[in-house]
Write a protein that binds this ligand. Structure first.
Ligand code: FRU
Length: 493
């Protein structure tokens, strides 16, 4: 694989020399240059957090997939690592697709991924041939590929994204599949030596007949429940739900080795924004369940893809907890360490249609806003982020008519428009935490009861953050604005 990896690094260097910074993230993981999608191989190994991701090093579109790699001691400051996996054998000829990584008893980092081939060698016209593969690393940076561990049954087109975990003394692997009847399924395999895998059962089939494939499934315990995360392809939009070309959500249930998964809840989105896909989780050494998602798009070319020589970023890491069978996701506590200056605005009232500038120019910021809705009459209250002098901005707001928290990109400087809206139970106090990077916004409602993750690509010029109270007064209970530092150990160039 050495030649392929060297060529991939050269590909990134060529793009990096022409990378534009205007939307390149300050505190989100992205490739130095080139395209990324799903988080892969999330793990803690050799005293470092390991984050891999789907990476095309030769362009800003999805292409022959590699695994990019970064690592960190504390999940705050990150180091670039060499590209870890490249297509190099017949089984992964057209791509090293998504997968996971676990630490073996003899202290090796073992990666499981899908080897992808186009049946006709060129494109999807005659379908995919996908198999589950394995690669082993002693140092967490360089991998040795092993044999194919799960072959694809004759005729199946989608068969990918292995997620491996251990329960007791056995290893378990799930991945997504499209059945012969065109239904989205999750298949379960087991192993006691990490190399030899046996089919256990189809552990889940999406009850929705329009869903034909479940990409990137993940399954993990939280308390006495098991959560099954997945990305249903073919899902039809329904009101505020399923509006994206690619959607990610979950069901909660119970499971034990040797048993079937008893589904206890309906499918629910994990995040309500425009860009949130392929979330993967891992267990941190202190027992927290942490997820990263991919912020990107297969559907509409995003502005950086066209001109800036990079595309796609991961979300901030989020801790998942279960509250009454509903997942909460909130930025891990470590994110607070990125704050490098804080302005406290305290408690105040904003009159009807009044605006207040919170920051005149900011590239990376975090806002903590608490509203007393019992003393508020405004129709919409919120933040114009990426607000430029020409009036372009993205509105992050509470909409009292809809009773929802929205990210509205009607006036956003660049890229796709439209709005997304998360439910809100209409209580007296609403707390919003908003993370604003150069090209994105992530909104967390009441400590992660709901979240919205969306791209937001501003126009040229200073990027203000402005509080607005539309058609009615607003009572702000508290407001803090932080600037955030970069996550990179060393600048890229
Ligand atoms: C999801 C996905 C996976 C696949 C990978 C390829 O975004 O399509 O199913 O393994 O991306 O890059």
């Amino acid at each position: 694989m050495d030649d392929e990896l060297t060529a991939a690094e050269d590909g990134v260097s060529a793009l990096l020399s022409r990378r534009r910074e205007r939307w390149y993230p300050v505190f989100h993981i992205a490739a130095k240059a080139g395209w990324i999608n799903d988080p892969n191989g999330l793990s803690y190994f050799n005293g470092r957090y390991q984050v891999f991701f789907q990476h095309h090093p030769f362009g800003t579109n999805h292409g022959p997939m590699h695994w990019g790699h970064v690592s960190s001691v504390d999940m705050i400051t990150w180091r670039r690592e060499p590209i870890a996996l490249a297509p190099s054998v017949e089984a992964d000829r057209d791509g090293v697709f998504s997968g996971s990584a676990v630490v073996s008893d003899d202290e090796k980092l073992v990666a499981y991924f899908t080897g992808h081939r186009w049946r006709n060698g060129v494109n999807e016209d005659q379908g995919n041939l996908q198999v589950q593969c394995m690669a082993v690393s002693e140092n967490g940076r360089t991998f040795e590929k092993k044999e194919v561990i799960v072959e694809c049954p004759e005729g199946l087109q989608h068969f990918r994204d292995p997620k491996v975990w251990r329960t007791g003394d056995r290893w378990f692997m799930i991945f997504g599949a499209c059945s012969a009847e065109n239904r989205g399924q999750v298949w379960l395999y087991t192993s006691d030596d990490m190399y030899n895998w046996e089919f256990d059962r189809v552990i889940f089939e999406d009850p929705d007949p329009s869903v034909f494939m479940l990409e990137c499934p993940d399954m993990f315990p939280l308390g006495d429940r098991w959560v099954l995360l997945y990305c249903p392809m073919g899902l039809e939009s329904d009101g505020y739900r399923g509006r994206n070309d690619h959607n990610a959500g979950y069901v909660v249930g119970s499971w034990a080795p040797g048993e079937k998964f008893e589904q206890a809840t309906e499918y629910r989105p994990l995040d309500w924004g425009h860009q949130f896909y392929a979330p993967q989780t891992f267990e941190a050494p202190d027992g927290r369940r942490i997820a990263y998602g991919w912020m990107g798009s297969f559907a509409v070319p995003t502005p950086p893809q066209l001109t800036d020589n990079w595309a796609g970023q991961l979300t901030v890491p989020r801790e998942l907890t279960l509250d009454d069978d509903q997942l909460r996701n909130t930025p891990v506590a470590e994110i607070r360490s990125l704050r490098d200056s804080t302005t406290e605005f305290g408690e105040f009232r904003l009159r009807s249609n009044e605006e207040r500038v919170l920051m005149a120019d900011s590239e990376a910021a975090e806002i903590e806003l608490e509203l007393d809705l019992s003393a508020t009459t405004a129709e919409r209250i919120g933040l114009k982020v990426h607000n430029t002098l020409d009036g372009a901005h993205t509105l992050v707001c509470y909409d009292d008519l809809a009773g929802r928290v929205c990210v509205d990109r009607r006036l956003t400087g660049n890229g796709d428009r439209g709005y997304r809206a998360a439910p809100w139970p209409r209580e007296d106090h609403l707390r919003l935490r908003v993370l604003i990077d150069r090209g994105s916004v992530e909104v967390f409602v009441n400590d992660g009861e709901e979240s919205l993750s969306s791209f937001s690509f501003p126009n040229e010029g200073p990027r203000g953050i402005v509080l607005v109270s539309e058609s009615g007064d607003t009572h702000v209970a508290s407001l803090n604005v932080h600037t955030l530092a970069t996550i990179w150990e060393r600048p890229d160039r």
